[in-house]
Design a protein around this ligand. Structure first.
Ligand code: BES
Ligand code: ZN
Ligand code: ZN
Length: 494
């Protein structure tokens, strides 16, 4: 579905639906953002208490000339966050969809974020809320989005109208990338195997102008990628390593690359250390990191970002079988370091280890990995906040700033040196996992052994945030595409 966005001053004809955002407050409809002209329509509903302006409250009013006026609550303005505004816009999008509206005019509220950021967040919210669903249903139960035209009404200022065009294009590209990551992540594991995902990457590369190299098993053997091979050994769907290289604008220094790594376990059964049956189906989401990295590379190429990017997707299916790797095995990783396997369900850190080693070959200026790595991180930070492990103050700050801007939370987590003891092994260089306590930190400490000290590196544990348990405005139940917009913003703005 393609949106048409137009920005026009607040004087156009009334369209089949008009959307206004109403904050809570005594002067809420005396504001200069277009609300005042709807005073007569809105006031009775405020007076009767039918509409309070609470955050995400939606009131569609059927007006004259077969048009709708949709009022969306913003709640008290001092509490409105970037994520909150995005959700309010998504609520508006969902409401328009239910009303089967094809064309709408959105009156931009004047908020402390400033008009450009307000426009960007609202556009993102609309885009994220209007995606077709139910691909695998023989009969579609939910009505598919039919909205074609959204016009943003701005108070005036022609310079804003000029700038807004590029803001809208960028916001739409970023949101599209997030939807793409969701799509890849939500797909059933029987269809989205390592081989199939690699094929998707190859296809993307041919149209989007970045180079795609796929290592199959024999190449993984040659490269001594023992950790990926070990994890993938139990499945008939054989492992792959996908390398995406986007050169950026011409003339860039070779050392300016950012390497992005995405955990790509296409299904995590736990392997021989089998997970319980309950919720095992959700482990098709264990390649959310890889999906995010692929979507980011595609968007970066579309936006023609002026920087070199390398995306590494270690892809494997973690299954129990007669050929599966076992607890007690000793695996030689691509780095040459040996690892004693203690739990085949801690497979993510193994495939990431080989990818981190490979990352160093690209002389990276920074390495960022995204991984649904530990249940411990999900328990610690929940569904809306990812763990951010980073010892490099500047990289840490730019990720947090970009995250805030994108409406995504990242909480800094510590490398607790004392927990290094948890990884001591009598047999190999170190063990693959420590105790359950501090599980997210133990995993990060394991990964750190594969990163050269002076390279800025960030590890994002997205185990909790990659999946949404209950639908909310802008995100249905299922994959979230978390991290995609944050990383793209960080690459372009921070
Ligand atoms: N893919 C899981 C982590 C996960 C859990 C992601 C819940 C999303 C939601 C990972 O491979 C895993 O199983 N980790 C184990 C490690 C343990 C065995 C050391 C965990 O977190 O329990
Ligand atoms: Zn696992
Ligand atoms: Zn996993």
């Amino acid at each position: 579905m393609i949106f048409k966005y137009k920005c026009e001053p607040f004087n156009g004809p009334v369209k089949p639906a008009t959307v206004v955002f109403l904050p809570i407050g005594p002067d809420s409809i005396d504001r200069t953002d277009g609300l005042a002209s709807f005073r007569l329509l809105i006031q009775p509903h405020l007076t009767s208490g039918a509409f309070k302006g609470q955050h995400l409250e939606a009131l569609p009013l059927f007006g004259s000339q077969d048009t709708w006026l949709v009022i969306i609550g913003l709640g008290p303005l001092e509490k409105l966050t970037e994520a909150g505004l995005l959700a309010a816009a998504a609520q508006a999008g969902q409401t328009l969809n239910k009303l089967r509206v094809k064309e709408a005019v959105v009156s931009l509220p004047s908020l402390a974020f400033g008009s450009i950021k307000t426009l960007e967040l609202i556009c993102t919210g609309f885009k994220l809320s209007l995606e077709p669903r139910g691909e695998y249903k023989s009969v579609k139960s939910e009505p598919q989005p039919i909205i074609k035209n959204i016009t943003f009404q701005t108070p005036s200022a022609s310079d804003f109208i000029d700038r807004s065009k590029s803001v809208l294009t960028r916001a739409e590209t970023l949101a599209t990338a997030q939807l793409e990551a969701r799509y890849l992540t939500d797909g059933p594991a029987q269809e989205f195997t390592p081989e199939a995902l690699a094929a998707q990457a190859v296809e993307a590369g041919s149209t989007k102008m970045f180079k795609v190299t796929v290592w199959d098993e024999s190449k993984l053997e040659i490269e001594k990628a023992g950790a990926i091979l070990a994890v993938g050994r139990g499945s008939v769907n054989r492992p792959r390593m996908v390398i995406l290289e986007y050169q950026g604008a011409a003339g860039l220094a070779k050392d300016s690359s950012t390497v992005l790594i995405g955990k790509g376990v296409t299904f995590d059964s736990g392997g021989l250390c089998l997970k319980p049956a309950e919720n095992m189906n959700l482990m098709k989401t264990d390649m959310a990191g890889a999906a995010a990295v692929l979507a980011i590379l595609k968007a970066a190429a579309t936006l023609k970002l002026p920087q070199r990017l390398v995306g590494l997707l270690p892809l494997a299916e973690n299954m129990p079988s007669g050929s599966a790797y076992r607890p007690g095995d000793i695996v030689t990783t691509m780095s040459g370091q040996t690892v004693e396997i203690v739990n085949t369900d801690a497979e993510g850190r193994l495939i990431l280890a080989d990818a981190l080693t490979l990352a160093h070959k690209y002389n990276p200026a920074r390495i960022i990995d995204l991984a649904t790595l530990t249940g411990a991180c999900q328990v610690a930070l929940g569904e809306r906040c990812a763990g951010l492990f980073c010892d490099h103050p500047q990289l840490l700050k730019s990720l947090q700033t970009a995250g805030k801007d994108a409406g995504e939370h990242f909480w800094p987590m510590p490398f607790v040196e004392e927990y290094e003891d948890n990884l001591k092994s009598d047999l190999a260089d170190f063990k693959q996992a420590g105790s359950r306590a501090g599980g997210a930190i133990n995993a990060a400490l394991f990964l750190r052994r594969f990163v050269t000290k002076n390279i800025p590196w960030a590890h994002l544990d997205i185990a909790g945030t990659a999946r949404n348990t209950k639908a909310r405005p802008g995100c249905p139940e299922g994959a979230t595409g978390f991290g995609v917009r944050t990383i793209l913003k960080m690459l372009t703005e921070f």
